[in-house]
Write a protein that binds this ligand. Structure first.
Ligand code: DGT
Ligand code: CA
Ligand code: CA
Length: 573
């Protein structure tokens, strides 16, 4: 089970919230809250500590009972106490905590007196003026709560990075057209290239914030202006994406950019480091007493607290601060490092372009090679190929390769891994290929044991090279398959196979956290687009973003190798 400190902390945070709503002993609640803070700010990975057998109760604020719960979370991914507690409350009650002015105590009052158990009901009660008379509430607070229900991000809805991206680019270009604006950039999770974003945080430098905001709220794609302050404004676009604008003067640009790029946990940890050095960090700069000693650029911010510059993709408090202090940051892979795509489809299966068209498009991207990996026969709906059709395709690839100049087509297949771990095509044809990409396309809900055994058996086939979209997750639609990831990483490495980082915006699978763990286990990766037409060969950048978030370097990705070296790397014998 791989679970980050942030996820563990979030579980205890929820537990504390629910216990408080329930009216549990306050000291117990405080103990959980303290543990949350400790866990969030720990440099070392709790999952790892437990695996290494380090004694958890020695950590301050983490007593024996909490240590036991951490072990449960790390081994099962859940905390049974929290699950039980959740079942005793309405499912959306905790959403109330997202509203400014409402904490667990007020949630308890709202729930017990007015039976309010969702944001919808909260809004209704506020509109009907039922809240102002409750103990501890008044008219002003009721108004604030009503505002809050309008402000809150839609039901925790997150947007795929790829969906937010064109809006981010467009609104940045738009705001830059204003004469009053000297620079504009989207910070937040978008700048960290997270696979989904909650909202866009637009940071603008200007000497005249009022005029800049006037211009901002006239952006044509706005559905609703939520707030309009002197230096801040929040709007909702027609697709429900929220955009927060903040205006700052040039002299604190670096500090504000750093602050609003986040992540919050990264910021909190830097702030603590600075305090130990006798410095104060905030969104305006770094201060020594009253004197401002940094703030114009991010580089300067990091340097002042003794760190090398940390790329936004790494700012998740997953060890990057420690690495920066010891000058051990990874040299992250760049799109320019990519020499070819190892997962693409053509009209032979469910793609929309011919082999020749895909080859020419790949050449335009400057690639040295492209693997043609159409589906195998299990997938009738995808027009999957049997041995006979694959043979015809291979002959065509040979012919086209003779005509092509400056790019090489690699013979391949995206072969189905059957339920028993065998592959959908026989070895007589697989051995003729330059590489074999294998993937799960059905029976995704097997038990962890069966699913893991199935994949390991598939990789026992000596022609198997790359496991495509390893967990099968589709963001917002389908959960990841239940696989023992640690065992998988170990066995992939032992067999000389590779894991794919699939660049499809809904897959981005392996995800960032898994990629980092896999890399630590010595695994190497193929960053591939799974393109079904020439346009989506361009998805490579999303794969690169996810890889960078997973600390992947050029040397970790096999499709940064020249064709010669790639071929040697793919040979398992
Ligand atoms: P998102 O929008 O949910 O995908 O994630 P972010 O990271 O973009 O979060 P957002 O939009 O709530 O806030 C943007 C950044 O502002 C965040 O990454 C860090 C910073 N920030 C927000 N709230 C706090 C806070 O309470 N403390 C600190 N230190 N930083 C904060
Ligand atoms: Ca954001
Ligand atoms: Ca925001």
């Amino acid at each position: 089970m791989i679970i980050s400190n942030m996820e563990i902390a979030a579980i205890f945070d929820q537990l504390a919230d629910l216990l408080e709503i329930k009216g549990e002993n306050p000291f117990k609640v405080i103990a959980y809250r303290n543990a949350v803070r400790t866990i969030e700010n720990m440099g070392t990975d709790l999952s790892k500590m437990i695996k290494d057998g380090v004694d958890l109760p020695e950590i301050p604020t983490i007593g024996e009972s909490i240590a036991k719960k951490i072990k449960e979370i790390v081994t099962t991914g859940k905390l049974s106490k929290l699950e039980d507690l959740k079942r005793s409350f309405p499912p959306h009650l905790l959403d109330l905590l997202n509203i400014k002015g409402i904490g667990p105590k007020r949630t308890k009052i709202l729930y017990e007196n007015l039976q309010i158990n969702s944001l919808e009901e909260l809004k209704k009660a506020a509109l009907a003026h039922k809240i102002r008379d409750l103990e501890g509430f008044d008219e002003k607070l009721e108004q604030m709560i009503l505002e809050g229900t309008k402000l809150v991000k839609k039901e925790g809805k997150r947007f795929l990075y790829s969906i937010a991206e064109p809006h981010a680019n467009d609104i940045t270009a738009y705001i830059k057209k204003s004469k009053e604006v000297s620079s504009a950039i989207i910070a937040g999770s978008f700048r960290r290239r997270k696979d989904t974003v909650g909202d866009l945080d637009l940071l603008v430098t200007s000497d005249d914030p009022a005029l800049a905001i006037d211009h901002f709220i006239q952006y044509p794609d706005i559905k609703e202006v939520i707030s309009r302050g002197i230096t801040k404004s929040t709007v909702i676009l027609n697709n429900d994406l929220q955009v927060d604008l903040r205006c700052v003067p040039d002299e604190s640009y670096g500090a504000t950019l750093h602050y609003f790029t986040g992540s919050k946990s990264h910021n909190v940890t830097i702030r603590k480091m600075a305090i130990e050095m006798g410095l104060k960090v905030n969104e305006y700069g770094i201060f020594k007493g009253k004197e401002k000693i940094a703030g114009v650029t991010e580089e300067e911010m990091y340097k002042t607290v003794g760190l090398s510059y940390i790329e936004p993709e790494l700012r998740e408090n997953r060890g990057e601060l420690e690495a920066a202090a010891h000058r051990k940051l990874p040299d992250l892979v760049n799109i320019e490092d990519i020499k070819g795509d190892l997962h693409t489809h053509t009209t032979y299966s469910d793609g929309q372009n011919s082999i020749m068209e895909m080859a020419e498009a790949a050449k335009k991207l400057g690639y040295e090679y492209i693997a043609i990996t159409d589906h195998s026969k299990l997938l009738a709906i995808y027009n999957g190929m049997d041995e006979k059709r694959l043979r015809i395709q291979l002959e065509e690839i040979d012919k086209i390769n003779e005509q092509l100049d400056g790019i090489t087509l690699l013979k391949s297949i995206e072969v189905d891994i059957l339920e028993d771990g065998s592959l959908a095509l026989n070895n007589d044809i697989l051995k003729e290929l330059d590489l074999v990409v294998g993937g799960l396309h059905e029976k995704l809900a097997l038990s962890q044991d069966k699913q893991t055994t199935r994949i390991l058996k598939a990789m026992d086939n000596p022609y198997f090279n790359i496991l495509a979209h390893p967990t099968g997750r589709l963001i917002g639609e389908r959960k990841a398959c239940d696989i023992d990831m640690e065992l998988l990483f170990k066995e992939v490495k032992a067999r000389g196979c590779f894991l794919e980082i699939n660049a499809q915006p809904k897959r981005l699978d392996l995800n960032d956290i898994h990629a980092k763990y896999a890399k630590e286990a010595g695994v190497k990766f193929a960053i591939s687009t799974d393109a079904h037409n020439i346009a989506t060969l361009d998805y490579m950048r999303y794969g690169i973003f996810q890889a960078r978030r997973g600390w992947i370097e050029k040397k970790d990705a096999i499709n940064t190798l020249s064709l010669d070296k790639l071929k040697k790397t793919l040979s398992r014998t």
